[in-house]
Design a protein around this ligand. Structure first.
Ligand code: HGY
Ligand code: MN
Ligand code: MN
Length: 426
């Protein structure tokens, strides 16, 4: 008997490969699992490292090769046609503290499964791929341990320098570089991609409300995020008369309230404004001490650039008023800004045709949240898809996407990727 050829071995591997998305998703969700059904896998923590290694093991077992770039983006390469250019599918495996298990992680795992389904389909149909597929787990999309968010894709798309990303420190003073080295997921890999596809949970309720399974994302909201530091003067809470106080906590609290008021004042029927303060650190945070400093992050978002600019200007006016009212100074530090922008029209059409072909209820949606595709769409043709989030709950351990919707999303993604690798998109 003669030895099997490489092609025969590859055929056998493709034919016998078992794929069970829900089982893999359940396994992945054990990494960094929290008591209430969520995960805590902040960027480059031990839990994130475990999950990255788990994912590496999973995909290597299915024939991918895995590499890391200089800022810890994880590239899982599935070569379908040696020498062909690459298209990417991806999202992020990091999470918020006490976050949900679907945000980002669903899209990365769905990308790997969909890529394997495409490989199988090409094989069954004896069809040539025009592109190879790389599944990318972008580093630090969440931006909670290290700011700004969407860090890995920002470096990839040239919006942030690698040096700046690597030198960013967490509240304990650990740099991105040190943290990535500690979990061993940093390298020097580089890869150019010709198109990008991402699937993500909606994190809102529009699909659920409309009874749809797939969202075709047509645009992002614009967002302006600012790190503010309110400087006051530390003193005794009992012994310092009001006239002598420079209370940083009073100033910061007024800024939180002002942000909400700006949202209410500047939202129109047509264009909503959303503002938040999600992070607030008081120094020295002691019961009998007037705070000397508060660091807070305020973000302002809107669908319309002019409405966003007006709300932003109003927020800055309020900053100046609060400085006087609380006798503090407010310094604006780093900012992270992205514009409201359309996704590629031909990508939306391709995705619409794909949804029709696989028989899934679909509709056009916008994304309020930022995603790695927010960056990628600015450098390559990009398709962004959503699956429903139960009650729109996200960044919460109770985040949920039903199994049937996750599976429908993988089916949809696989149809889209098939069309992309066979040359329908770019
Ligand atoms: O929307 C956000 O701010 C985050 O980067 N996903
Ligand atoms: Mn996400
Ligand atoms: Mn998130």
């Amino acid at each position: 008997m003669t030895d099997p050829t490489i092609t025969e071995l590859a055929d056998a591997a493709v034919a016998t490969r078992p794929l069970d998305f829900l089982a893999d998703f359940a396994s992945m969700s054990r990494n960094g699992a929290t008591e209430r059904g969520g995960v805590d896998r902040q960027a480059a923590t031990i839990a994130d490292g475990q999950n990255r290694n788990w994912f590496r093991g999973l995909v290597e077992g299915h024939g991918f090769t895995v590499h890391y770039d200089q800022v810890g983006n994880q590239y899982c390469l599935l070569e379908l046609s040696p020498g062909a250019p690459w298209i990417a599918v991806g999202s992020h495996l990091d999470s918020q503290p006490l976050g949900g298990r679907f945000d980002g992680a669903y899209g990365v795992l769905a990308g790997a499964h969909a890529a394997l389904q495409v490989q199988q389909r090409l094989h069954n149909d004896a069809q040539e791929a025009k592109f190879n597929i790389v599944v990318i787990n972008w580093f630090n999309e969440e931006g909670c341990r290290f700011k700004p968010s969407m860090m890995g894709s920002s470096v990839y798309t040239g919006k942030l320098s690698a040096a700046q990303a690597l030198n960013t420190t967490d509240p304990a003073g650990v740099s991105v570089h040190e943290a990535l080295q500690a979990i061993g997921t940093i390298g020097d890999f580089e890869l150019q991609v010709e198109a990008y596809v991402e699937i993500h949970i909606e994190q809102g309720r529009s699909l659920e409300d409309r009874g749809l399974t797939i969202g075709l994302v047509e645009s992002t909201w614009g967002a302006n995020k600012y790190e503010f530091t309110v400087h006051g003067e530390q003193s005794h809470t009992g012994a310092t008369v009001i006239a002598d106080r420079h209370d940083a906590l009073l100033g910061a609290s007024a800024l939180v309230v002002a942000a909400r008021e700006v949202a209410l004042e500047y939202s129109t029927e047509e264009h909503m404004v959303i503002t938040s303060c999600g992070e607030f650190t008081v120094l020295p945070n002691s019961p009998v001490v007037v705070a000397s400093q508060v660091n807070l992050l305020v973000d302002v978002r809107s669908t319309d650039p002019e409405v966003l600019a007006a709300a932003d200007a109003a927020l800055h006016d309020r900053v100046r008023q609060i400085e006087k009212m609380a006798s503090v100074t407010i310094e604006r530090g780093a900012s992270h800004i992205w514009g409201s922008k359309q996704y590629d029209e031909s990508g939306i059409n391709l995705a619409r045709n794909a949804a029709q072909a696989v028989g899934l209820e679909h509709g056009v949606v916008r994304t309020l949240a930022g995603h790695d595709s927010t960056n990628m769409k600015d450098i390559v043709p990009t398709i962004m898809l959503f699956v429903p989030s139960v009650e729109g709950i996200s960044h919460n351990e109770g985040e949920l996407t039903q199994d049937k919707d996750m599976l429908a999303g993988v089916r949809m993604l696989s149809e889209v990727l098939h069309r992309v690798v066979t040359g329908e998109f770019v």
